[in-house]
Design a protein around this ligand. Structure first.
Ligand code: MN
Ligand code: MN
Length: 489
């Protein structure tokens, strides 16, 4: 049975097209104006809807053990929530394994976590928790045999790397064709401030933010940019940017032609430090912390001027009940992380596209296409090319959605976005042509998601002419204009 998505507005990272889209055997089989309906074809009426590549969330933590607690979403509930939120592929950041373990050890563990549970396609970022000759020697196999073409390293937490380890790792990752991603925060500065605050009895939630100020993050970002340059211009991806100073360092590096890309997360665009003065402030503990409102505005400028490349959720769920039980009144005992994998697309659609800050194409770029290009998934994912996986999300810009935790599909007991009203509604999510969510309801099944071996990092994909410097413009939500003769591919 084929499926024909009829009457919608297709959107990819380059533009919008009033065209139909045919799915055959889970792949995009044809695109054109008024495609005929064959007998063995199910017709999906997409009139008034945007039809876009499904979201790709390249920063989740499902089933993660952070040392003090295990997150409550595994690869079933996590990908179920993702699917209901219009996301059709996740690249999960693996947690740390036993001290001294190999890169392959954690990969095996994570295959075990995901294989019977995922409802959408998935991959993992490798995690580098120490650097020695054996770990460096493993990287080539990870990239070229296992399909893991990106790795995470940390500058804080228990397995932080020192400069020597960072340089060796970056050099080797560049040589084997992998992208280095980094959690940038200055560990020593945080430790010193935290100790001072706790000694002074300053333990309420706001001191979580005070203990990790912007300078801690910006320092580590600038250090990583320079170390990447010293490691032979190694490609570098900064995760979860929260602030304008860090963004300015990244802008400078980009202007100098350095291969640096940056992700931000919805929580840093939509929430701010005032949350730490709420009675339920523990719901908002994550690292780096929420910043001030003016930092939010700076990030939105980065979204609009193309200096921010991707958005992710950093979904990492610890229920409020557990937070309260563990932290009592000490921020430093609270597990860190927010849920958000189900809310990323619609919130960004509403606040970005419907508010007129970005075009629908830029939205697709931020949520799907550029993550796919950076992490070796394009054009199989993140595109509407013929032959691409039919991973699609259909969004209705005319309806509104009020976010309520009770309607979400993760295992948390709250949403940080409770009561947020989105202009827009998610009508359908298709994963390789299979309907996995409809009108916010889950209709998929555990185990139908597949591991996607990713291609080695390819910088040329980020430099395509038509792909950068396209100005964002304010456009009405839907255009009646029919554009025949669009060339695809
Ligand atoms: Mn992090
Ligand atoms: Mn994270």
């Amino acid at each position: 049975m084929k499926q024909l998505i009829k009457g919608g507005t297709l959107v990819d990272a380059q533009g919008e097209y009033q065209q139909d889209l045919l799915i055959d055997k889970g792949k995009i089989a044809d695109i054109g104006a008024s495609l005929p309906v064959a007998v063995d074809t199910e017709v999906i009426d997409a009139k008034g809807l945007y039809v876009m590549p499904g979201g790709i969330d390249v920063h989740t933590h499902f089933d993660i053990d952070t040392g003090i607690a295990r997150s409550c979403d595994d690869f079933f509930s996590g990908t179920r929530a993702a699917a209901c939120g219009g996301t059709t592929c996740v690249v999960d950041h693996m947690g740390f394994g036993p001290r001294g373990c190999s890169l392959h050890h954690q990969l095996d563990v994570y295959h075990g976590y995901a294989s019977d549970k995922a409802v959408i396609d998935y991959s993992f970022h490798g995690v580098i928790q120490h650097v020695d000759d054996a770990v460096l020697a493993e990287m080539d196999d990870m990239v070229h045999q296992q399909g893991i073409s990106s790795f995470k390293l940390y500058l804080t937490y228990g397995y932080k790397l020192d400069d020597n380890q960072v340089l060796r790792a970056l050099q080797q990752l560049r040589q084997v064709g992998a992208l280095a991603t980094v959690h940038p925060e200055n560990d020593a500065a945080i430790a010193m401030r935290r100790a001072e605050l706790l000694a002074a009895g300053k333990k309420s939630a706001i001191y979580h933010a005070v203990s990790r100020p912007i300078a801690c993050e910006a320092e580590a970002i600038s250090r990583m940019i320079n170390l990447a340059q010293l490691a032979g211009n190694a490609p570098l991806y900064i995760v979860h940017l929260t602030n304008g100073l860090g963004l300015d360092y990244i802008r400078l590096a980009k202007q100098a032609g350095q291969p640096v890309w940056v992700e931000t997360c919805l929580q840093y665009l939509l929430l701010d430090e005032r949350c730490y003065h709420r009675e339920d402030a523990l719901k908002y503990i994550l690292s780096p912390p929420l910043r001030t409102r003016s930092e939010r505005d700076k990030l939105w400028l980065g979204i609009a001027d193309n200096s921010i490349d991707t958005t992710a959720s950093d979904h990492c769920t610890f229920p409020y009940q557990q937070r309260v039980a563990m932290a009592k009144d000490d921020f430093s005992r609270c597990p860190n992380g927010l849920p958000g994998v189900e809310n990323r697309l619609l919130l960004l659609f509403s606040e970005g596209v419907m508010s007129g800050r970005i075009t629908p194409s830029r939205f697709v770029d931020l949520t799907s296409t550029k993550p796919a290009r950076l992490f070796g998934l394009w054009p199989q994912k993140g595109s509407l090319q013929l032959g691409a996986d039919a991973d699609l999300v259909l969004i209705d810009p005319y309806r509104t959605t009020t976010i309520r935790h009770e309607h979400l599909h993760d295992n948390s007991d709250y949403s940080p976005y409770e009561g947020f009203v989105c202009q827009g509604a998610l009508a359908m999510t298709l994963s390789r042509g299979n309907l996995v969510a409809k009108d916010g309801k889950f209709v998929g099944q555990a185990g139908q998601g597949r591991f996607v071996p990713r291609q080695p990092f390819n910088q040329a994909l980020l430099h395509m002419d038509h792909y950068s410097d396209r100005p964002n413009k304010v456009v009405p939500p839907l255009t009646d204009k029919v554009e025949p003769g669009i060339e695809w591919g």
